[in-house]
Each structure stands twice: as C-alpha cells, then as structure tokens.
Ligand binder design. Structure first.
Ligand code: PGA
Length: 240
C-alpha cells in the first residue's frame, strides 16, 4: 500500500480531496465509492469548497455508498443516506438520482444485496473507493471474523462498532444492531482505493496495515492485495 502521512486532519482532508479532484479531471463521469463516519467529513468539506469555487464538477458523477444501517429509513437522521445528503450531496452539483446507498428498509434484504452489487457492475464498476477504518480494522461493516464475505450482505455489528458509533445516538441501545455492507470483493474490485485514518484511536488498525501480513481479524489488511490502494493517515494515526 502506498502510504501518505499528513501532519494533521486538515492536511489529510486536503490530500483526499485532491485525489478525488485528480480522478474527476481524468474521468469526469467517474463512479465514486463513498463512505460515512467522521473521518471523511473534512474531505467532503474540501470537495464542497472546490465545487462551489467551480474547481470540481460532479455533474457526470455516479456514487455508491459502502453501507447502511439495517433496519432504518432513508429519512431517519441517523441513516447513512441522510448523512450523505447533509455532509455532501446537498452542497454539490451531483445528480441525486445517480447517488446510491444500500436500502436499509427493504423486506427482502438478500435481494437488495444482489441488486446493489449488480448495479455497481452495471454502472461500470467503482473507479475510486473512499474508505474509513474502524478501530477494530473493519472497512465498511466487514467486521473482524474467521471469514469475510465477498458480496454485499447483511451483517451484525460487533460490540466494538456499536460502542464506537454510539456517539451519534442518544444511547448505545439506539444503535442499530445490523447493517447492509459492501463485501470485500465489492470493495477490492474498485480500481483505486483511498483509506483515510485519523487520530490515535486508529493507530492499532493502521499499524496492522504497515507490516507484510493479512488477516481476517483486521479486514483492512486485505487491501494489501490491491494494486492501487493508498493509505492517507495523520501523524496521530501513524505514530500513536
Ligand atoms: P470514523 O469511522 O470515521 O467515524 O472513525 C470509520 C469506520 O468505522 O469505518
């Protein structure tokens, strides 16, 4: 993995936005894979600024988000669809009907998962996938386990992830216990991957990315198999 070490979160956000800008300059109708969580918010703000200054155009972009809580409705303020609207889509010139987030409110979730992977393939596959990383090394909601899934699937959230995400809810009890997430193959098929990691709490997970081993106990380590994966981290995440 190529590694870019930034002084701080501000610089990390700018580096990420510059890679998105380079991608869109090269291919204005790129398919972007997007992520939620607090880490990409700074990068999304930079992308919004660039768009509003006329430096970055999203008018031909299609996006697919990594995951969504289950069950949840898209208008629920805790949903990832809502998060994307508020933190990015509402502020840029992306065509809303070309922004996709797995549905958290369908009856047949298996069908939704198959449909989601098929929709990514039909769009031409993801050109650039943005990822955050969990303290436990998850990417999307591919949680540490003896085995991981290839395709988009419904997954229970681990206690560590529920506790980490409780800060967005009134109480831990309110955090949904399941999510629909792109699987490892869906993620690794992206032509370029950028993984953003900020803060000391990510140091353990980032350390696992910097040696030569891969393990399903830290799903992000599978990114080492990808020919074009870039880790952008700040000094706190890198040094601990
Ligand atoms: P965070 O989440 O950016 O809010 O730390 C990252 C993740 O859990 O993937």
């Amino acid at each position: 993995m190529k590694t870019i070490i930034c002084d701080n979160y501000e610089e990390l956000s700018l580096q990420g936005a510059k890679l998105i800008a380079a991608q869109l300059t090269q291919k204005p109708d790129s398919i972007l894979g997007l992520a939620t969580g607090s880490t990409p918010v700074g990068m999304y703000q930079k992308m919004i600024e660039m768009n509003q200054k006329g430096e970055l155009d999203f008018s031909a972009v299609t996006s697919f988000n990594l995951d969504e809580y289950f069950p949840i409705t898209p208008d629920n303020p805790q949903s990832y669809r809502y998060f994307m609207e508020k933190n990015l889509f509402e502020h840029i010139n992306i065509r809303r009907e070309y922004t996709f987030v797995p549905a958290g409110n369908v009856e047949n979730v298996e069908e939704e998962c198959l449909r989601y992977d098929a929709a990514i393939d039909a769009a031409g596959g993801i050109d650039l996938q943005v990822l955050g990383i969990g303290q436990n090394g998850h990417i999307g909601f591919n949680e540490p386990d003896d085995y991981l899934y290839c395709g988009t699937h419904l997954t229970p959230l681990t206690e560590s992830t529920i506790n980490a995400n409780a800060r967005f809810f009134d109480s831990t009890d309110e955090v949904p216990k399941h999510a629909v997430t792109m699987g490892m193959k869906s993620i690794l098929k992206a032509r370029t991957i950028i993984l953003l990691a900020s803060g000391k709490s990510k140091h353990g997970a980032v350390s696992a990315l910097l040696d030569d081993r891969i393990t399903t106990d830290c799903p992000a380590t599978l990114l080492k198999l990808h020919p074009n994966a870039i880790l952008i981290c700040d000094k706190d995440a890198y040094n601990g």
